[in-house]
Design a protein around this ligand. Structure first.
Ligand code: 0A1
Ligand code: ZN
Length: 853
């Protein structure tokens, strides 16, 4: 194995302002698949004319430099140097007064398979500049604290030419755009292509008329309406709830098929992965609709939390992402069911962020070092970043939160801000000292919170102890501030003490509840009031009592979850308690069907493995798979009649509508279908696949059929119908691998990878196959290491084309240290094989070396 190449590490502590001021950027692009010409003019001035500084611009080997002038003159070539990543003009060659730097470079979008910078996706020119993509377009101070106004001229024969801001002119293949809001380069975007728009208008609360467009490929217009509706709802909501109004004359959204992430908040020109724009009942599922609505909102909300107020440096990424995720979560709770949304968010947090926090990739929401920033668009920065804001809001209260946010917008509009700035507005708005609370931003790891109860003379004493395991680079974990929402339920099922938020600040702390008649049952961590792992001694009967009576929907669901996990990890008696409790819930017609569906869905295999690992045992993927199947079968046998009744009762009559109430009924019906399939051999699924006209039910039925090994005909039907629809075919690829019996998963994946339509350079298609395998817990962790080897082979191949995708997908391995020695050895060997590769990208190298450190 060759020695790993040393890589430069970026440190938060090294932040320095850029030594120049940039007052305007003018770009002129002549677009071509190869040889796009980019002319850039930058109006610069030294920040301190008495302290001359070299002018260092980001921009690598991919930029073919054709001309460079300062105030119209070419500098002495001896003063201009280039390396792999930047261009430097010596201070000696620079005026002490304001000057204009002009460059001309050529780039080849057609060769850009990394989808970073300017690239071509199905004939559409588009850009992705966050985090550091702009440097692949031209030489520039590509850092978020350098903000300026942009004037952009686009030259191309393509009919639609878009950039940020407002249109100035569009005639004869030349379009001009002006964005008067100063912005950093990562928010720059352009799009050029043969596109059509679904258009609408929005009148802001101050009476300004905004033109709205969702741009798609011709033929896709009839699937863009829901995205437009979602945009309008988002604009209204941000005015109503946060008082934030839109600030340009136009708002454009463009859907492209090749996109590394979900979507991007470029100023006035959001670019989306087409799977988060296009939806029709026959192609998209309820989950797709809900996600489209949330991501459209997320990107729109960034206009204030991200664009008007951006980040000083990339260490502050969670400043914009945590807050914007928090806002989109609030939006979805307001539009749909708040209870269901909270439970879904906790599920996501546990599945992705707790997993990350437990393993070698753990990092704080605000990291203080990185090698490749693209590796930090993580569940910790996004989802935990949002949880931290939720805790802050819980601690200060809703009114103070609203005051703090008003102050944040007033004080920092136009700034590139930091987490310190953010916390300061809360301190100033509330008078609180948040020094201790700040640990949530700087410390990694999920605290374990142990709760013990004592009951004496009508007084209930709760003692909490918190501890956090060491994480990479952070051996010591001081206590944190933890808001613990607690309510008390009397023996008859009535609430005897409403929710109270206990504020824990020490490693160990006691709280008392006095003047109680009879010993109550404690409903703890209501609403999941902090991202911690709560442990308490509780018997199954009390959990069943909470599942039946808790008034807090999260805590109620959690009681069922704990019962299920206990059934799955502790054997027969626990299983019976769970099966009985589920029976009671199935008959509870007052409960929201979506809530019942969530309670009915057994914890996933990955979640069970995580629980076992947290308890100190070694998860056995095959045993987990078998135990889960077994429990599902027992539930189905025990409650066959109730389930059959529910399956019929939850039919949604009439034409498909993606609204929350209809989706809720479908979700319960689907959960029931999954259980009944354990005893009906898949008959119902077979029938449902045949009669359903919406993709939600068809995909649910298909997943059941794949699991039972009888999906052949259904897969053929779907392929015949949708072979030319990429988004449906992505699902078709994914379900076959994800739901495959574990022993077959790798073989299925290997087979699918040989198909002509396995267009692996398309990130969605790659994720469908490789992500599908990673999502098949026992399949990926196959004892013979075939899952590891197959994944490593593809990561190596992908790394050469698209390092971001390879690096993200490498997280399939992040849990490897928790398995048995044999699996560990095989996983490690696969990771070492990747690490040994000559020419591996910085992205993947950083990920792999953190995982095997
Ligand atoms: N800011 C976007 C996410 C995003 C990040 C990086 C990207 O390319 C590397 C693309 C998009 C968001 O939060 O939606
Ligand atoms: Zn975001």
């Amino acid at each position: 194995m060759s020695a790993p190449k040393l890589q430069p590490v970026q440190h938060l502590a090294d932040y320095r302002p850029w030594p120049f001021l940039l007052s305007e950027t003018r770009l002129d692009l002549t677009l071509a698949a190869r040889g796009t010409i980019v002319r850039a003019a930058l109006d610069l001035a030294p920040r301190d004319p008495d302290a001359p500084s070299d002018l260092v611009l980001d921009g690598g080997a991919g930029l073919q430099l054709r001309a460079l002038t300062i105030d119209g003159q070419a500098p002495d070539p001896a003063h201009v140097t280039r390396d792999d990543e930047r261009l430097t003009i010596a201070a000696a060659a620079l005026p002490r007064a304001p000057f204009t730097l002009e460059t001309e470079v050529a780039i080849d979008p057609e060769d850009n398979t990394a989808f970073e910078g300017l690239y071509l996706s199905g004939g559409i020119f588009c850009t992705q500049c966050e985090a550091e993509g702009f440097r692949h377009i031209t030489f520039y101070p590509d850092r978020p604290d350098v903000m300026t106004v942009f004037r952009v001229t686009l030259r191309s024969d393509l009919p639609v030419l878009l950039s940020n801001g407002n249109p100035v002119s569009d005639a004869g293949g030349v379009a001009e755009w002006h964005d008067h809001w100063p912005k950093p380069s990562y928010l720059f975007a352009l799009v050029a292509g043969d596109l059509v728009a679904v258009s609408d208008r929005f009148t802001t609360r101050s009476g300004r008329e905004i033109a709205l467009n969702v741009w798609v490929r011709p033929g896709d217009q009839d699937r863009a309406g829901f995205a437009m509706e979602s945009l309008i709802k988002s604009m209204r909501w941000d005015e109503d709830v946060y008082g934030r109004e839109y600030d340009l004359d136009v708002f454009n959204i463009v859907a492209v098929d090749d996109f590394n992430m979900g979507a991007m908040e470029n100023k006035g020109l959001n670019i989306f992965n087409s799977k988060l724009v296009l939806a029709s009942p026959d192609t998209a599922t309820d989950t797709d609709y809900e996600r489209i609505e949330a991501v459209i909102a997320h990107e729109y909300f960034h206009n204030w939390t991200g664009n008007r107020i951006t980040c000083r440096d990339w260490f502050q990424l969670c400043l914009k992402e945590g807050l914007t995720v928090f806002r989109d979560q609030q939006f979805t709770s307001d539009l749909r069911s708040a209870a269901v949304k909270r439970i879904e968010d906790v599920q996501t947090l546990r599945a992705l962020q707790f997993r990350e926090d437990q393993g070698p990739l753990a990092h704080p929401p605000r990291p203080d070092r990185y090698e490749e920033i693209n590796n930090f668009y993580t569940a910790t920065v996004y989802e935990k970043g949002a949880e931290v804001i939720g805790m802050l809001k819980r601690l200060v209260g809703d009114a103070a939160y609203a005051r703090a946010l008003d102050l944040y917008f007033a004080r920092h509009d136009g700034d590139a801000a930091t987490i310190e700035d953010w916390l300061k507005v809360f301190e100033d708005a509330t008078g609180r000292d948040l020094t201790h609370f700040k640990r949530w931003y700087t410390d990694a790891g999920t605290p374990v919170l142990e709760m013990a109860e004592d009951w004496q003379d009508g007084i209930l004493t709760l003692t909490f102890a918190q501890s956090t395991k060491p994480t990479p680079g952070q051996p010591d974990k001081p206590a944190r501030v933890i808001p613990i929402a607690v309510g008390l339920i009397g023996p008859d099922g009535d609430e005897v003490a409403p929710t109270r938020v206990l504020e824990m600040t020490e490693a160990r702390q006691t709280f008392t509840f006095e003047a109680l008649g009879a010993r109550p049952v404690v409903s703890a961590l209501r609403g999941f009031s902090a991202p911690v792992m709560l442990t308490r001694q509780l018997d199954d009967a009390t959990r069943a009592f909470l599942l039946a009576h808790d008034t807090d929907p999260f805590a109620r669901w959690e009681a069922g979850r704990e019962l299920a996990l206990s059934a799955l990890t502790r054997g027969d008696e626990a299983a019976q308690a769970y099966i009985d409790a589920i029976g009671a819930l199935l008959g509870d017609e007052a409960a929201d069907p979506a809530f019942r569906a969530l309670c009915l869905t057994l914890p996933g295999e990955e979640e069970i493995a995580t629980r076992l690992a947290a308890q100190g045992s070694t998860p056995d993927p095959d045993a987990i798979h078998a135990a889960r199947g077994d429990l599902a079968r027992r539930i189905a046998l025990a409650h066959q009649d109730l389930l059959t009744g529910l399956y019929d009762a939850m039919t949604v009559p009439g034409a498909y509508s993606p609204d929350a109430a209809s989706a809720a009924r479908r979700s319960l019906r689907i959960a029931v279908l999954g259980l009944l399939a354990r005893i009906d051999g898949g008959e119902r699924a077979q029938i449902l696949f045949g009669v359903a006209s919406n993709m939600t039910e068809r995909m649910a039925a298909l997943a059941v059929l794949v699991r039972l090994g009888r999906a052949g005909p259904a897969l053929k039907v779907l392929e015949a119908e949708f072979g030319d629809n990429r988004l449906v075919m992505d699902k078709w690829f994914a379900v076959q691998v994800m739901a495959a019996p574990p022993g077959r998963a790798v073989a299925v994946a290997r087979d699918l990878a040989t198909r002509r339509d396995f267009d692996w350079k398309n990130p969605n298609r790659f994720r469908a196959l490789l992500g599908g395998l990673a999502g098949n817990h026992a399949g990926f962790h196959a004892a013979d290491g075939a899952g590891y080897d197959f994944t490593a082979d593809w990561l190596i191949r992908m790394d050469a084309a698209n390092p971001q995708i390879a690096a993200r997908m490498s997280t399939a391995f992040e849990t490897w240290p928790r398995y048995n020695p044999d699996r560990r050895a095989r996983a490690r060997a696969a990771l070492e094989r990747i690490a040994a590769l000559e020419g591996l990208s910085r992205n993947t190298r950083e990920m792999v070396s953190r995982m095997i450190a």
